[in-house]
Design a protein around this ligand. Structure first.
Ligand code: GAP
Length: 488
């Protein structure tokens, strides 16, 4: 029997489990905080408009962040466009004719269910509040179902901001598109939207591309560019922001072949993540069930990544049928059929779309590469074990001392290597501190010029991942780095 006031075995077990969960949650939060702090400290990502007190959920990418973003874009473009004979590129406008968004369904249905706390006026996604506080899955619910839950159970839903329970407005649909005005006078200005996805710019150029480029179905059109969504809850650092960049590709194929292409692109995207060094155990595939599918999709798979706060969507691969081209043909009154001259037939192609967020990919890459080694010891170091092709800097070059001609030799090496790849020259602080800085940037190699260099023309090259050091002749440095950047 349990003593009065003492915890039963079950209670103790539950309390320990809760504590463990809390610990895991706070450790995860700490990791995200640590990555956010590293990003600021090392010039990857800064909070937006900081000197004016900040503008919530906006971010600026610093000197090393922009290099990482560019490397990611280049790798994606190489694999999805340059190395494939069946994909071409496009750069469409951010502002498109407003009719585009009516045709695509964004004006009518690109909404999130929103509810306000009457106590503190904070605004939340109703579906998120239900899921997080009541632990009820909302994927299959419409607005009415959610309102019913709020009417019956809002006394159990505490406002995440002020803690008040049961005091919410009705749930309303909130369109996520940003609007702006185009035109020079208030009489003739037109309301336009900042695009919420790059995809529609591709669909409305389908005819241009088939008319002007020698493309034959099956073929894809790829685009990288900014998208904007007025997310109600924008959070988790750069995971969900209101301004972000997408890398999307619409692959046009013959009706009936879409399943084969869907499977092809799912496998291709998974392999690509692997090729940029993302660990397989941090990635998983999740297929949408029928209720979760978007109105335009007959099949969708999310590639999810294990972010510090849990599994989250990284890449959506959707089989969009002929929905978009049909809608644009209907609304624009233009014929968007593909003319298959070889087989003497015309048809509206089906589309498979892999859609990836660049900034979210950057967070995945940083989380995947982030390690704290020898924690709590004198040798503790934080290191980004980035794939060398993603590293913003390929080598750090240090003179052991600024005097005795060492910095001149180091600068000479810097000038020669910078012709081939981005390198950093650093002469300040101890060598240990300089290593530490480069480890946090994910720099694969550090080169130190010391007094032996003057004697034998060799330098020390330190490997980021093993911390092992080796002597290399100055004139062989470029070849050494080329070879080892490939294999690290
Ligand atoms: N054209 C289809 C489309 O846009 P989506 O699932 O809404 O599909 C594709 O977006 C990808 O864009 C997501 O998997 C995610 O990586 C990224 N993304 C979407 N909304 C985002 C946001 N608010 N902030 C950052 N990335 C976002």
């Amino acid at each position: 029997m349990t003593e009065p006031g003492a915890l039963s075995q079950k209670d103790r077990f539950m309390s320990e489990k809760k504590q463990k969960n809390k610990k895991a949650e706070s450790a995860a939060e700490d990791t995200l905080k640590d990555i956010t702090a590293l990003c600021k400290r090392r010039g990857f990502v800064y909070p937006g408009s900081e000197i004016y007190g900040g503008l919530s959920n906006t971010f600026d990418y610093g000197p090393y962040g922009i290099e990482l973003l560019r490397n990611l874009k280049n790798e994606w473009w190489k694999s999805f466009v340059n190395n494939r004979s069946d994909v071409v590129g496009l750069d469409s406008s951010i502002m498109l004719h407003p009719a585009v968004w009516t045709a695509s369904g964004h004006v009518g249905s690109f909404n999130d269910p929103m509810v306000d706390c009457k106590g503190c006026r904070s605004r939340f996604r109703a579906d998120h509040l239900i899921e997080e506080t009541l632990k009820i899955e909302t994927n299959n619910m419409d607005l009415k179902d959610m309102q019913k839950i709020f009417s019956e159970k809002s006394a159990d839903i505490a406002c995440p901001t002020c803690g008040k329970k049961g005091d919410y407005t009705e749930i309303r649909q909130f369109n996520l598109m940003f609007q702006t005005k185009m035109g020079s006078t208030s009489d003739n200005d037109v309301t336009v939207y900042l695009r919420p996805e790059t995809a529609q710019g591709i669909f409305i150029n389908f005819k241009n591309i088939t008319d002007t480029c020698r493309v034959k179905i099956p073929f894809g059109v790829a685009q990288i560019g900014k998208s904007f969504r007025n997310e109600i809850i924008a959070r988790q650092f750069i995971f969900r922001t209101r301004e972000f960049e997408q890398m999307e590709m619409e692959f046009f194929c013959e009706p009936g072949s879409q399943k084969e292409w869907f499977d092809h692109w799912v496998a291709f995207c998974m392999d690509w993540l692997n090729s940029i060094g993302i660990n397989k155990e941090n990635v998983r595939l999740r297929y949408h069930d029928a209720e979760e599918l978007s109105f335009y999709s007959e099949n969708t798979a999310d590639i999810e990544f294990k972010f510090p706060f849990g599994w989250g969507e990284l890449w959506g691969i959707a089989s969009r049928t002929d929905y978009d081209l049909k809608k644009h043909a209907e609304h624009s009154k233009k014929n968007l059929e593909y003319n298959d001259q070889e087989n003497n037939k015309k048809f509206i192609p089906y589309v498979v779309e892999p859609a990836l967020g660049l900034n979210r990919l950057m967070l995945a890459v940083l989380s995947d590469a982030y390690f704290v080694e020898n924690e709590g010891t004198k040798e503790q170091r934080t290191v980004l074990k980035l794939h060398p092709k993603l590293s913003p800097v390929k080598a750090g070059i240090f003179p052991l001392q600024k005097k005795d001609g060492l910095s001149e030799i180091a600068m000479d090496i810097y000038k020669k290597l910078s012709v081939h790849f981005p390198v950093d020259y650093d002469a300040s602080g101890s060598i240990g501190k300089r290593y530490y800085r480069q480890d946090e940037l994910g720099t694969p190699f550090c080169i130190t010029v010391d007094y032996d260099t003057k004697e034998d023309g060799t330098v020390t090259v330190r490997n980021r991942d093993t911390t092992e050091q080796t002597r290399v002749k100055i004139e062989e440095l470029d070849v050494y780095l080329f070879k080892n950047l490939e294999t690290l």
